[in-house]
Design a protein around this ligand. Structure first.
Ligand code: BG6
Length: 534
């Protein structure tokens, strides 16, 4: 069976299972899922094994997969990083990192199982000899653990090393696939800083890796609710008929954070909110929400439909950037009960920085389904609450019927897909307020994941790692979609660079964001949903 066909079956079974699972469960990462089989023999090579992503996300995810019996016995982890360390020290570190960062209490026997299969190679990512040592270690691992020469190389390293690491892997023969062997490489965002650099990076990767070996990860696609968008739209008959310009007035996609830039001032001050969140996470949300039904759940079918959405977005250039894009930067303020500094006072941020910590866009999709339905996107740091959601606002019904009643205005129906923190789906509609006269009040039908499925603590990387080991690229991004994402934001970046903001900081920490963002919607006679905890 091809990986695509395998995935189609898996996903179909997942949907069936999901619909049947109504009993609350809690505690462990995995729900009973008899359709998910362990991956085949392989070794995971973690570049940047001593780093933050590895200890906070990758190791806990591998542990969760092991605890669900989704990893095979013939499995190994090989850490590769500059830090000088031997395998014994690395094993001890792995034990400590798991104890500190696992998503639930660890089982010592399972930790030991992973520790016994873990190795370490130290070296510089630019040094060919380090890759020779890595190759030697992998030969040893293949012999000891029966991993059959199947390797997943996870580049959890600074982006300026991506192309170099891929090139070195190629020259060391570590990405060459022979016979039934597979070798894949995961790269993390940021994949470029604008269209040109993204194209250049893709071109470099293409010299040494085939597209089918390149797994571009976007951790938003690992979130259950994000994946559920496909099931929600295409596994139910009642929503799709209204999912178009005839019934939908507009869509609001919000990823609001209450935290500031924390320790990442150095990176963030170069990147800014637009680059950090929009070409990747937010456009992924938009494309899942706006895509046409794919012909199947096979990777290429899904990815092609998502790519079509991105290709249909009207570019914002020149004048339109001034009217369709808003930027902001937070000043000092209060988040909850805490008084917090402004962005320019954050560590490793330039004193007079003009980097935006908030971005909002009004995008239009030029196709039959979405013509004249604006998609408003907003994201920012230090906003009133941490909340990510997609809000679909339906058109208002005609008021004619209520002409002789006290009803002066009908609130539009809204469907809200909450991605975090309280994952769920909520449908807002009008109901008659009890009493002799006809009055309509807003009510909601709420589905909360935790009520039905309990809490399944996860890092969000489990499915992505599992899928990559299985060779299923559905939840990973193709080179062309990365470039399409940058194609959408690059004109905005150029205008913003040419016309530096004069009014920064323009929103207080802990607020709803800059007033210009409200004006963006007000010009269309619309309003943002408040940023608040559900
Ligand atoms: C990352 C960004 O990709 O996503 C961060 O670099 C941001 O700035 C983070 O905070 C948000 O992810 P999540 O999963 O916490 O919503």
């Amino acid at each position: 069976m091809t990986p695509d066909a395998m995935h189609a079956t898996d996903l179909h079974q997942h949907i069936q299972t999901a619909l049947d699972l109504t009993q609350p469960k809690s505690g462990a990462y995995c729900m009973p899922d008899h359709s998910a089989a362990p991956v085949g023999p392989c070794a995971v090579v973690i570049f940047g094994a001593a780093g933050d992503l590895t200890k906070r996300k990758l190791l806990p995810s591998l542990y969760n997969l092991a605890s669900c019996r989704l990893l095979p016995d013939s499995f190994a982890i090989v850490g590769f990083a500059r830090t000088e360390m031997d395998t014994a020290t690395y094993r001890e570190k792995l034990r400590q990192d798991l104890a500190a960062h696992a998503t639930s209490e660890v089982d010592p026997a399972l930790v030991q199982h992973l520790v016994d299969r873990s190795y370490y190679v130290s070296g510089s990512f630019e040094d060919p000899e380090a890759y020779e040592r890595l190759a030697e270690m992998l030969r040893h691992v293949d012999q000891t653990h029966g991993t059959l020469g199947n390797y997943l190389h996870y580049l959890a390293i600074a982006p300026n090393y991506f192309a170099e690491a891929a090139r070195q892997l190629y020259h060391a023969g570590l990405v060459r696939e022979r016979d039934a062997q597979w070798r894949r490489v995961i790269v993390e965002k940021p994949l470029g800083t604008d269209l040109e650099s993204a194209q250049a990076l893709n071109a470099e990767l293409r010299k040494v890796l085939t597209e089918s070996q390149t797994y571009r990860i976007d951790h938003y696609l690992g979130k259950e609710t994000v994946q559920n968008l496909l099931v929600f739209r295409f596994g139910n008959g009642m929503f799709e008929p209204t999912w178009n310009r005839r019934y939908i007035d507009h869509v609001q996609i919000t990823v609001a954070e209450s935290l500031g830039v924390e320790a990442r001032g150095g990176y963030y001050d170069e990147a800014g909110a637009l680059r950090d969140m929009i070409p990747n996470h937010m456009l992924q949300l938009l494309s899942l929400c706006a895509m046409e039904p794919p012909t199947s759940f096979a990777a290429e079918a899904v990815r092609e439909e998502k790519a079509k959405v991105l290709r249909s977005i009207q570019p914002l250039s020149g004048e339109r950037v001034l009217t369709h894009a808003v930027r902001g930067q937070y000043g000092p303020g209060r988040v909850g009960t805490e008084t917090v500094p402004g962005y320019r006072q954050e560590p490793r941020v330039k004193e007079r920085s003009n980097t935006e910590t908030y971005a909002a866009l009004r995008l239009s999709i030029d196709n039959w389904r979405w013509a004249d339905v604006p998609f408003y996107l907003r994201t920012g740091k230090r906003l009133a609450a941490r909340t990510s959601e997609i809000a679909i606002q339906f058109r208002r019904p005609p008021l004619t019927l209520f002409r002789d009643t006290p009803v002066e205005k009908l609130a539009p129906n809204q469907l809200i897909v909450r991605i975090q923190p309280e994952e769920g789906i909520s449908l807002r509609f009008g109901a008659k307020i009890p009493g002799p006269s006809v009055r309509v009040g807003p009510v909601a039908m709420d589905f909360r994941y935790r009520d039905h499925f309990g809490l399944t603590p996860s890092t969000g990387y489990e499915t992505l790692l599992y899928d990559c080991m299985k060779g299923d690229a559905t939840l990973f991004q193709r080179a062309d979609t990365i470039e399409a994402g940058w194609g959408i934001v690059t004109p905005v970046l150029e205008v913003w660079k040419a016309l530096p903001a004069r009014n920064f900081p323009n929103y207080a920490a802990g607020s709803q964001g800059p007033v210009e963002a409200d004006e963006l919607l007000a010009r269309d006679g619309r309003k943002w949903r408040p940023i608040e905890l559900p």
